[in-house]
Design a binder for this molecule. Structure first.
Ligand code: SF4
Length: 398
């Protein structure tokens, strides 16, 4: 083989290779366009009706993208000169790779919330079937559960939410929320001849019973919880003047109770375990004779949801916690996720999600508080569907 020959063959090989590459590329494009949607009119058309429309070359991810073609139906292609932004065309042709969305399990409604809502629905239905039903609305003292979607839905169904018993006409039906009420409220309801539907969660009722039991001793009763939360207000009402509410380790250290005085400790059901442990450490240092209930007051639903979000935090950059701002257990889920190493944001409504920039998030986690309806979670997942695909979380290491 002469040098000339070699050179000629070399050029020939190069040409052949280029042709093959072009063919491969065309086939590749054709495969992609086999069944598709016209980029312009968005009609789904079969392979026969599809043509290709050339558009300006673009560079994406640093590499020039050749064969800048979009699927177009024959009608639209006839119009031509459509100057569609190339990025948009590429996104239509090559949807960006979806990122993982991990959903915590369990999440959402707990048994206490489900029970309260069932009682509310039954009460509303019963009223609807009563003659002169418009004269007999159901009143709910405070929010039945701390979730704006739930309250809005029940309001639309005819339930009236009030903050004071005085706002309820005598003899009317009153629903006590899952957070419970103090004995004083029960007495006042009886005095006003209100017909009580009691949706107090059994786990909250357990804490009430503990306070009553401790109140029969000479122990100082300490309740770890948020002093403005309805549950804590109701629980402390079991022994008025005897229950000391504390929210932090600092408040535990500052208690003006002698160190050798017996103390009994209860907690709000929806606290974070870490928060309670920190306060208990301070109490243990401060007092010598502490009594606690045999089983933790933090309910199983709160603990399970926190455990799930803690596991998820190890696998996610960001965790969305769906819930209302006044929902204690939702706020604790945000804290738990952050303690677990992920960023976390409370999503109260759809607008909160729309305001988020999730471009940098590779793996997104999602959970919902014990009072958040599943429908809201489904709405959020659907909204994220273009960018994220639901994947199963990895099992925890053995
Ligand atoms: S979070 Fe726990 S205490 Fe509160 S309603 Fe649910 S089960 Fe009951």
């Amino acid at each position: 083989m002469t040098f000339h020959h070699f050179h000629k063959d070399d050029a020939h090989v190069k040409r052949e290779r280029a042709k093959a590459r072009e063919l491969r590329q065309t086939d590749w494009w054709r495969q992609r366009l086999q069944t598709g949607v016209c980029h312009y009119c968005k009609r789904r058309v079969g392979p026969d009706a599809l043509t290709m429309d050339h558009v300006v070359p673009v560079a994406r991810g640093g590499a020039s993208t050749k064969g800048n073609i979009v699927p177009a139906c024959k009608d639209c292609n006839a119009k031509k000169n459509l100057n569609t932004p190339a990025e948009q065309i590429l996104d239509a042709l090559f949807p960006p790779e979806k990122k993982n969305l991990l959903i915590a399990a369990p999440h959402g409604f707990c048994s206490g919330v489900a029970r309260a809502l069932r009682m509310a629905e039954e009460a509303l239905n019963a009223t609807l079937h009563t003659p002169h039903s418009t004269l007999l609305p159901i009143y709910c003292l405070n929010e039945i559960v701390h979730n704006q979607h739930v309250v809005a839905q029940l309001t639309a169904q005819g339930m009236r939410f009030v903050c004071r018993l005085e706002d309820i006409p005598e003899g009317a039906h009153v629903l006590f929320s899952a957070h419970g009420v103090s004995p004083a409220v029960r007495r006042e309801a009886a005095r006003r001849s209100l017909r009580v539907i009691d949706a107090t969660c059994p786990f909250v009722e357990k804490v009430h019973a503990e306070v009553r039991r401790f109140a029969a001793t000479d122990a100082a009763i300490i309740c770890i919880g948020h002093r403005n939360h309805e549950e804590v207000i109701g629980v402390s009402g079991e022994a008025p003047g005897r229950v000391r509410i504390i929210e932090s380790a600092q408040e535990a250290e500052a208690l003006d109770i002698p160190p050798d005085h017996p103390v009994a400790v209860v907690t709000q059901t929806t606290l974070g375990a870490a928060q309670v442990d920190a306060v208990m450490d301070a109490l243990n240092k401060r007092f010598t004779a502490i009594t606690r209930p045999p089983l933790s007051d933090i309910c199983y639903a709160t603990r399970d949801r926190q455990d799930a979000v803690r596991a998820l935090a190890k696998q996610c950059d960001l965790i969305l916690v769906l819930g209302s701002a006044n929902s204690s257990n939702s706020q604790r889920l945000v804290e738990t996720a952050r303690d677990g190493g992920a960023d976390a944001i409370l999503i109260r409504e759809r607008a909160d999600l729309d305001a988020l920039d999730l471009c940098a998030v590779q793996t997104l986690g999602i959970t919902s508080g014990a009072s958040t309806p599943e429908a809201f979670l489904e709405e959020v997942i659907e909204a994220l569907g273009e960018r994220f695909t639901v994947a199963a979380p990895s099992p925890p290491p053995c």
